[in-house]
Ligand binder design. Structure first.
Ligand code: ADP
Ligand code: MG
Ligand code: ZN
Length: 479
């Protein structure tokens, strides 16, 4: 059988972190007492009228331009009708045939559309729900109802579960960088549905897809897609057909259960919302949205790789977090004569480890280690004024108390032994004190050198250059 290729498209909902809801003045909240942020508009009392939230429109435009979309001159709000207790109006105000924006891209994944809508209320199922005479019940918290959402829909351009979750992470860091959402998957301010199909490799046609709903972490997203791809491949391998449906992925059992057969657009009886005029952004609004764009992670990753020579993982890691990026750039700028790659290594490696050790959650930016201090430290290690091991000691001191690495080196007597006569004498003593190891090294067991290197390092309190110590030991043993 021909090899099968995965085809994946994502639909992502982002809750905007505006002060108030999409069409009323209720405050947004997370974790407050249930049903305290409500009003006649978001509870759908008769006769009320929606009033669009200007801040939400501004945020949505920022997302649209960040994703390089074309913003529609006039987009239309529609009513998407459905009956469910999370939806007191019995319709959701969303956008349908003319969304806010279309045709963008992030990295090399095309964006199909970006539109604005309102969130539903939150349902909490307790006990044995779903049984007519059972003890179960469902509770509704209307605090969330009416929260502004931006929905981002990709083209089916993703080709593996790993690529999909990696891209979703990039989207999250991009939206976070804009400062328009908390983008927290556990709290539901970022929600991701995956559309999954397979087709013979090289085919242009799309296979029948299924939709995986609301995976609440990137890991589950990846595992859910993997499980669904495996299921579809097995079906097709057995000569059966994939049925279009909506599935729920349970990460504990790695199972997929069918929620419903796929609904069609006509099931929702979309029609234009008669209480809202079309959304027609002015030139000024677009200009402001474009002007507000910071350097976005995708561009920053590229700059770190192309201009600063960072390896891909370090570039992605540092660019993902705007604060880490600023920190790294300040340190790299201050570390005269040191390649940014080396500074990046210290930031993502030794510094991160030292901060973890200290139990600090704040990250480099919130720590006592000024980027200029880290730079000075890296320069000293690079110039072999202190050993790498002493560098770690200095870093631990910087994490604990801040200050200048030069002063710490002096205070702790960590300056590297530069007098080769002194180091040679210490090596000679160490070799004599470890005759067994010396014999093993002579016999060709290279690893035995560790014992002698260790003895030298203890004697010098780590102030010797490891490579130099190795060289001197070998010299002395004539190997
Ligand atoms: P629907 O009408 O079922 O909502 P759309 O055409 O609106 O489908 O697409 C929804 C999402 O599904 C988009 O992200 C799109 O890229 C993706 N998609 C569409 N067809 C396929 C397919 N055959 N395989 C995988 N993803 C698909
Ligand atoms: Mg759709
Ligand atoms: Zn309200």
């Amino acid at each position: 059988m021909a090899e099968l290729e995965a085809v994946i498209g994502l639909e992502i909902h982002v809750q905007l972190s505006t002060r108030t809801k999409m069409f009323c003045g209720c405050e947004l909240s997370f974790g407050d007492q249930p049903n305290v942020h409500t009003c006649p508009v978001c509870l759908a009392h008769p006769g009320v009228l929606p009033a669009p939230n200007e801040e939400a429109i501004r945020y949505a435009l920022q997302i649209a331009v960040a994703l390089e979309c074309e913003v529609a001159p006039r987009s239309i709000f529609h009513r998407k009708n459905y009956f469910y207790p999370d939806n007191p109006k019995a319709y959701q105000i969303s956008q349908y045939d003319i969304p806010l924006a279309t045709g963008g891209r992030l990295d090399d994944i095309r964006i199909h559309r970006v539109h604005l809508e309102e969130d539903a209320a939150k349902m909490i199922h307790v006990g044995e729900s779903g049984r007519i005479h059972g003890s179960g019940a469902s509770l509704v918290d209307f605090n969330r109802g009416g929260t502004p959402l931006v929905e981002i829909v990709t083209e089916p351009d993703l080709r593996s579960a790993a690529e999909a979750s990696e891209w979703a992470r990039l989207l999250r860091t991009t939206v976070r960088q804009l400062g328009v959402s908390d983008v927290n998957m556990e709290e539901g301010s970022l929600r991701c549905d995956a559309n999954v199909s397979v087709r013979p490799a090289g085919s242009e046609e799309l296979g029948v897809k299924t939709e995986l709903k609301n995976m609440n972490s990137f890991r589950f997203l990846e595992r859910g897609i993997e499980a669904e791809l495996a299921r579809q491949q097995e079906l097709i391998g057995a000569g059966a057909a994939v049925v279009q449906e909506t599935l729920h992925f349970d990460p504990r059992g790695v199972t997929l259960t069918s929620l419903r057969s796929k609904e069609e657009a006509h099931d929702y009886r979309y029609f234009p919302e008669p209480d809202l005029v079309p959304l027609a952004p002015t030139e000024q609004m677009l200009h402001e949205a474009r002007g507000s764009l910071p350097e976005l992670p995708a561009a920053r990753i590229e700059r770190y790789r192309e201009e600063m020579g960072l390896p891909p993982e370090a570039a992605a890691q540092l660019a993902a977090d705007p604060e880490a990026a600023v920190y790294f750039e300040r340190a790299a700028g201050a570390a005269a004569g040191v390649e940014p790659r080396v500074v990046a290594n210290w930031v993502t490696g030794e510094l991160a480890a030292a901060l973890r050790q200290e139990g600090g959650e704040a990250g480099a930016t919130g720590s006592k280690v000024e980027p200029e201090a880290l730079a000075a430290l890296v320069v000293m290690v690079q110039e072999k004024r202190i050993s790498h091991g002493s560098g770690k000691t200095v870093l631990a001191a910087l994490v604990a108390e801040g200050g200048e690495p030069g002063a710490i080196v002096e205070r702790e007597g960590l300056a590297q032994i530069s007098d080769s006569g002194e180091l040679e004498a210490i090596v000679a003593t160490a070799v004599d004190a470890n005759p067994e190891a010396a014999a093993q090294i002579r016999a060709g067991n290279g690893r035995a050198i560790g014992a002698i290197v260790g003895a030298v390092m203890r004697e010098t309190k780590g102030r010797a250059d490891g490579a130099e110590v190795n060289r001197l030991i070998r010299d002395r043993l004539g190997v």
